[in-house]
Ligand binder design. Structure first.
Ligand code: ZN
Length: 540
């Protein structure tokens, strides 16, 4: 007699079933198994109920149809899909005993229709209750399925919609634009979280109660990596299948500003002063902090001051540094910022050099792309090894998750690098020209009274290299002309190093090339060349 199988898949909301394969995954695996084994499937039966107590409708119907001879075999993922109680388990065994059922097959469990096979099956039914508690084949498959899918299984954040039809996350066209604009706005460093909340409200993004969202909520949105395509589920970072709406670069920038501006929860009285967290003490290395003070004179006049001073938290050094008024600090910072701004003639020459080099280097970047692709490949290999190690239980879950998250973030950055390289045809020219404009604008920012904007710019230019000693702000290293790289090696560093190099000459003469008269390192034009080379490498 030909064997006909019922394919039986079951998934319930039982806690212990949580890690079991989805119906969809069970069907995929079972169909593949049937094909491989050459099994004839009479019908696919799907149950969405717990098997803890007897009385499942689809299961009961299947049993009576087998008794009628509609089929004589059952194919299921594991015995625990068929029964988690002794009654239903017993019915299967009985059907095997009296010959209605000739065969029950499971990809994860091997048993023949012999007395020994039935004995094993009986034990499997008995063990089913405990089955999912251990890290089993089930968990492995379930995990792989999840990782493969890249589907976000929960409520998507604002800017996305859960499409119930396809059970996937899709971009909300209108709101995603608003979210991206909010990121851009905040990343400029000129908006507070309140401003972002207001901006979102103005564009229709409000709390569930229809109110303007809180600072905390705004901060949460601005730091949610979901927007760059990485989501967290079950404590683990995953790559989403959905389209990211914010670039990793923009996201990183926003994170920097969030850090700079401090946590949103502080009371307004102790609100950090604009220049806090920017400068270290030259004597003891501790942070310089700001303090707001109100002085009342006897004649009734009230004066407001903001002072900056060393936090004096060092336990080994007794710090003698005095405090400094905000006005004075502002004046000094402004002149430091001014000192690295780009003179008009330098800017013109830089633009010319950049255009010239751009022509030359347009084709030479494919090797670079290949390099990054190799790096991504190696991350993928690492991810696979990590997953294998985790599934083989050589790597602990905590370490697995932390490492995976790290690798995914890195991969994201690299992928972005490639796509921007390919899309823009290796176009570093535009950002470089942007930067030249920014550098020219420094004078304006230095003159302006927006202290927060000044702090953002100072942080970008000087990193954490600003020191305050004897009421004077200076940069960490001295005036050595070839100090490029000591301050992070960014384009500002290049510009600053070039300024130092040019100090010996009046600016006017910098661009008048007197060929061969001076050694190259002191040739003023080499200043501009050195900015160009270094900056271009940075923008590449
Ligand atoms: Zn100090």
């Amino acid at each position: 007699m030909e064997q006909k199988f019922f394919l039986y898949a079951r998934k319930s909301t039982d806690v212990e079933d949580k890690q079991v394969l989805s119906i969809e995954a069970q069907l995929t695996e079972l169909r593949a198994f049937a094909k491989q084994e050459g099994l004839h499937i009479a019908e696919e039966l799907i149950e969405k109920q717990s098997a803890k107590i007897p009385g499942r409708p689809v299961f009961n119907k299947m049993i009576s149809r087998i008794e009628h001879g509609d089929a004589n075999g059952i194919l299921a993922w594991h015995p625990d899909r068929l029964a988690r109680n002794s009654v239903d388990g017993g019915r299967i065994i009985y059907l095997l005993d009296c010959g209605h059922l000739a065969m029950s097959k499971f990809p994860t469990f091997w048993c023949e229709n012999t007395s020994q096979g039935k004995f094993m099956l009986n034990i499997a039914f008995g063990q089913s209750k405990y089955y999912v508690d251990s890290l089993s084949e089930n968990t492995k498959r379930g995990l792989r399925q999840k990782v493969r899918n890249g589907d976000y299984p929960s409520q998507a954040p604002v800017g996305y919609i859960n499409d119930s039809r396809t059970k996937s996350v899709v971009v909300d066209k209108k709101k995603s634009r608003v979210i991206r604009l909010a990121f851009e706005k905040y990343a400029k460093g000129e908006s507070r979280l309140e401003d972002i909340s207001n901006f979102l409200a103005k564009n229709g993004i409000v709390s569930r109660g229809g109110k303007i969202i809180s600072k905390n909520r705004a901060s949460f949105i601005l730091s949610n990596p979901f927007y760059i395509g990485l989501f967290k589920y079950g404590g683990e970072r995953h790559e989403g299948k959905y389209e990211p709406i914010v670039s990793k670069k923009l996201f990183d920038k926003a994170q920097e500003i969030l850090k700079l501006r401090g946590v949103p929860d502080r009371k307004s009285k102790n609100e950090p002063q604009p220049f806090c967290g920017l400068i270290s003490c030259a004597s003891c290395g501790m942070m310089i902090t700001g303090e707001y003070k109100v002085k009342k004179q006897k004649n009734g006049n009230v004066h407001n001051y903001t002072y900056y001073h060393c936090t004096k938290k060092s336990k080994t050094i007794k710090c003698p540094e005095p405090c400094i008024r905000e006005e004075e600090l502002n004046r000094q910072l402004s002149s430091l910022i001014k000192s690295v701004s780009l003179p008009q003639d330098w800017a013109e020459e830089l633009n010319r050099l950049a255009l010239q080099d751009h022509k030359k280097s347009a084709q030479s970047n494919s090797a670079f792309v290949e390099e990054v692709k190799k790096e991504i490949k190696s991350i993928e290999v690492k991810l696979q090894r990590l997953l294998d190690g985790y599934l083989d239980q050589v790597i602990e879950q905590e370490i697995y998750r932390a490492e995976k998250s790290k690798l995914l973030f890195k991969k994201k950055s690299l992928e972005e690098k490639i796509s921007s390289l390919l899309q823009k045809q290796n176009d570093w020219l535009e950002p470089m020209q942007e930067w030249i404009k920014d550098a020219q604008n420094l004078n304006g920012i230095a003159r302006d009274n927006n202290l927060f904007a000044k702090k953002v710019v100072a942080k970008e230019i000087f990193g954490s290299n600003l020191l305050l000693g004897e009421k004077t702000v200076s940069t960490a290293e001295g005036g050595a002309p070839n100090s490029f790289g000591k301050m992070g090696g960014n384009q500002w560093d290049a510009l600053r190093a070039s300024h130092l190099l040019a100090l010996k000459k009046p600016l006017r003469s910098v661009l008048v090339r007197s060929a061969g008269i001076e050694p190259a390192s002191q040739d003023p034009q080499s200043c501009v060349l050195s900015i160009e080379r270094r900056a271009r490498n940075i923008f590449l």
